[in-house]
Design a protein around this ligand. Structure first.
Ligand SMILES: [Zn+2]
Length: 512
């Protein structure tokens, strides 16, 4: 071997070893929640009290930080609106808890538009973690104090996290608060952004609030199917429970149910600036069944619990009053899919209330997604009603022509399984064909709808403004807003019924 050849060989050998020495491997632990929906303090969820809560979540995250070098804590949106101790204070306790836990970013959900602009800006200012979103624009630019993405730098690698919100928010967001905003196409936004982020970081994570559905044409699966270059999609919005990641075109998609009852726990292995493996599981955070804790029990962080307690005390003082008794549980599990006893009584309370006010209402129309909790059997406290109807929506009356009533139910027929699935008061009988998504029969007080007659409908202020895609309400006339919150009408109705209520449905909505 010539000197030159020997030297070349030495160089090659040393380069080879250098390569091994420096092709370091790293690990990133990604923890995530979504659809926290105002559940700061451990709460009742069927069948047990004391589930979830930020104080238990804090302990879980602290344990993860103690045993992992690189940890990223993310939330995929909709932390607003839920239990009274959150909603009363516009999520102040939730933000306090997220700050304490040390979240790295929040991707905006549609319910971040439940409050007015000034309240949102205050929430952003109070958050020690950035709010991210890349596809909502106001006057052509990203929302004030919101970033399209963040880059986190760890020892040895960088991670980009960008946010997207379903453009359906233009329909489902509170019309008063989303007006003037443009929701750009999620796929088009990501196609533009991802190549840019690939140059800036080793890992690209999409933290999105789009929903995980059964096909590649919708929600986060659509994103994975159309946008290459994303390493991981963390999703929210559909409250989906999965046991393992859904993989579309090689991109894993994960979601962690809702209310902080679970935390997604993913581990990304990175080698030579590339993700080489991803492992994921869903960890229950003090979830209980009838027998007790499912999985590990996390002791609540006492410091955080102490900070949250005053919010609970203030609310409890107001809402502990007992208004009646439920002879059995009014389950809310299927209110987006079919007629439910809870949907019936909520709708009846609206019609009853407006009639008490002297208005001759033909029927009441409520969106299933506006009903948020189960009413347990036993004594009913005001607090429970606030959990069932957490939104600050008042009861309104609006007049529609028979033609528009038919259009209203035609729209409703396309929404089985969605938050816009209707619940109606007594007197309405509607048959919906689930396959054709068409109304097959519709009567009001036993009579077919007369296309030219006028109908007075009690509904909530959100739907009356055209929310959930019910733009047909915008054709309405004689709009009257009672300014009374739905939940207060519900409380009055339970008292009017003598305080004793029993769950039953009577065939108002038939789905065939
Ligand atoms: Zn959502």
């Amino acid at each position: 071997m010539s000197f030159l050849k020997k030297t070349m060989a030495l160089i090659a050998v040393s380069l080879f070893f250098t390569g091994i020495l420096f092709s370091a491997e790293y690990e990133l632990k990604v923890l995530h929640t979504n659809d926290h929906h105002g559940h700061p303090i451990a709460f009742y969820d069927y069948p047990s009290d004391g589930q979830g809560g930020l104080a238990a979540r804090a302990t879980y995250v602290a344990q993860m930080r103690a045993s992992n070098k690189n940890v990223l804590v993310l939330d995929a949106g909709d932390f607003n609106t839920g239990r009274p101790e959150s909603t009363f204070f516009k999520a102040e306790p939730d933000i306090l808890g997220y700050n304490y836990i040390g979240y790295d970013a929040l991707s905006m959900g549609n319910h971040e538009f439940d409050n007015d602009w000034a309240s949102m800006q205050k929430q952003i200012a109070d958050s020690k973690f950035p709010w991210i979103n890349a596809n909502i624009k106001k006057n052509g630019s990203t929302l004030d104090n919101v970033k399209p993405y963040i880059i986190k730098e760890y020892n040895g690698f960088k991670v980009a996290v960008f946010g997207l919100l379903t453009k359906e928010t233009v329909e489902t967001g509170n019309p008063d608060y989303v007006k003037g905003l443009t929701f750009e196409d999620e796929v088009a936004t990501a196609k533009k952004l991802v190549p840019e982020l690939r140059k800036k970081a080793d890992i690209v994570i999409a933290l999105v609030h789009m929903g995980l559905y059964d096909n590649d044409l919708e929600g986060s699966r659509k994103l994975a199917a159309n946008v290459p270059g994303i390493d991981l999609i963390i999703d929210g919005h559909s409250h989906t429970m999965i046991k393992e990641p859904v993989v579309v075109k090689g991109i894993p998609i994960v979601q962690a149910r809702h209310w902080g009852l679970y935390m997604g726990n993913g581990t990304l292995k990175i080698k030579d600036g590339k993700v080489v493996s991803f492992n994921w599981q869903l960890d229950p955070i003090n979830v209980k069944n009838k027998e007790g804790f499912v999985g590990t029990e996390y002791k609540e962080d006492q410091v955080l619990l102490g900070k949250l307690a005053p919010f609970n005390e203030k609310v409890t003082a107001v809402l502990s009053e007992v208004i009646g008794t439920a002879t059995d549980v009014f389950l809310n599990d299927n209110t987006r899919k079919e007629e439910t006893a809870i949907g019936d009584i909520v709708s009846d309370s609206q019609e009853w209330f407006m009639e008490k006010m002297g208005m001759d209402v033909d029927f009441a129309f409520q969106n299933g997604g506006g009903i948020r909790a189960t009413l347990p059997a036993g004594t009913i406290q005001k607090q429970t009603v606030y959990e069932i109807l957490p939104f600050d929506n008042s009861i309104a009356v609006i007049t529609l022509t028979g033609n528009d009533v038919i259009a209203l139910f035609d729209k409703a027929a396309t929404n089985i399984g969605a938050g816009s699935m209707p619940q109606v008061s007594k007197g309405v009988k509607v048959t919906i064909n689930a396959e054709t998504k068409k109304v097959e029969k519709l009567t009001i007080d036993g009579k077919p709808v007369d296309p030219v007659k006028n109908y007075k409908i009690a509904t909530n202020s959100y739907l009356a403004a055209g929310g959930d895609g019910y733009s047909v309400f915008k054709n309405g006339t004689n709009y009257y807003d009672s300014s009374l919150m739905q939940r207060d009408a519900f409380i009055d109705y339970v008292i009017f019924l003598g305080g004793k209520i029993s769950p039953k449905t009577d065939g108002r909505i038939t789905i065939k």
